[in-house]
Design a protein around this ligand. Structure first.
Ligand SMILES: Nc1nc2c(ncn2[C@@H]2O[C@H](COP(=O)(O)OP(=O)(O)OP(=O)(O)O)[C@@H](O)[C@H]2O)c(=O)[nH]1
Ligand SMILES: [Mg+2]
Length: 317
């Protein structure tokens, strides 16, 4: 577990999250040159048509840092305010977040509300100034805005351009160095949180989960705590460019589960997966209180916008 990092990418709409995710996938050779296309994780038809992210997308990368291999589970999130709920689910599955800010636009409403969601879940925040290649970029002024907002040091801010591939290695190194490894007990009863689901017409509903405690094996009899429904774990695995089936997965990891569920409504995001025998004592908490955080974020942003100075929030490190 000490070599796992779970992080999401959050920002205001269009500040370049998905493009930066492309560069991370390229740099870590998760995708080949042949497979690469712009905003690769935006794989829904509607996303490609509109050029925006609608659903969160999780993908696993391997990264070697100082001679050690790390497993990085990245979750790209949508920036549009209509999809804040998506973001909140992803945040609950992570220990850290890349907070992307467009260096020509500066901090915007969703920068703040997504930041507050992340802080609400106690995530380590890595601020990234993106699009520094743009002629209108003003990294100095926008750095000051970021420092005012989160109270970090200037050195904590990573300068990047997803378009030009600037700062990509710095981001990966910061992920490994600054985001804590997941905690959890692999020997405890299984406790995993569903943070997304995808309907596949051939395989049924694919449940995307994060394991907090315990282990899950292919073929296990499992139960969703809130709905009380029981299933067989027909297939489990990690999410690379394609799904990579596994025999067993343990605390700290992120993956998918296929268990013959045909109806999307049976899967409740935020629900806890456990074993039928030896179930965990309680469902995972900390999910239901994230929505009020969005409103708190928007409220505070409105207040801050009408004042000239911003209250520092929390140190980045
Ligand atoms: N000049 C420049 N343009 C960029 C950079 N990164 C992204 N873009 C452009 O900005 C636009 C938005 O990029 P996306 O990566 O889709 O942004 P996003 O934050 O994922 O957007 P949503 O998921 O819809 O919120 C696209 O036209 C990108 O080509 C960059 O570093 N420099
Ligand atoms: Mg996107």
């Amino acid at each position: 577990m000490k070599n796992i990092r779970n992080f999401c990418i959050i920002a205001h709409i269009d500040h370049g999250k998905s493009t930066l995710a492309d560069r991370l996938l390229e740099f870590t050779q998760t995708v080949t040159e042949r497979e690469m296309q712009a905003q690769l994780l935006d794989n829904m038809d509607l996303e490609r048509e509109r050029g925006i992210t609608i659903k969160s997308h999780a993908i696993q990368m391997k990264y070697v840092y100082k001679g050690e291999e790390y497993t990085l589970n990245l979750i790209d999130t949508p920036g549009h305010v209509d999809f804040s709920y998506e973001v909140s689910r992803s945040i609950a599955a992570c220990e850290g977040a890349l907070l992307i800010v467009d260096a020509s636009q500066g901090i915007e409403a969703q920068t703040i509300s997504n930041l507050y969601l992340a802080i609400g879940q106690d995530l380590e925040i890595i601020p990234v100034l993106n699009k520094i290649d743009l002629p209108g970029a003003d990294p100095e002024a926008v750095s000051d805005e970021v420092i005012d907002l989160i109270g970090c040091a200037k050195e904590d801010i990573v300068l990047a351009s997803g378009k030009e591939g600037i700062g990509i290695e710095d981001i990966l190194n910061a992920v490994v160095e600054r985001i804590p490894a997941p905690e959890g007990d692999p020997d405890a009863p299984l406790q995993a949180m569903i943070f997304d689901s995808v309907y596949n017409p051939f395989r049924g509903v694919e449940v995307i989960f994060r394991i907090f405690n315990g282990q899950i094996r292919k073929g296990d009899k499992i139960k969703f705590v809130n709905t009380g429904r029981e299933y067989d774990a027909d297939e489990i695995g990690v999410l690379g460019m394609n799904q990579i089936p596994q025999q067993q997965m343990a605390a700290g990891n992120v993956g998918y589960l296929i268990s013959g569920i045909k109806v999307a409504k049976e899967v409740k995001v935020g629900d806890t997966i456990t074993h039928v025998k030896n179930p965990c004592a309680k469902a995972i908490q900390g999910f239901e209180n994230v929505k009020p955080m969005v409103f708190a974020g928007i409220y505070l942003w409105t207040r801050q916008s009408s004042k000239s100075s911003v209250t520092p929030w929390k140190s980045c490190s």
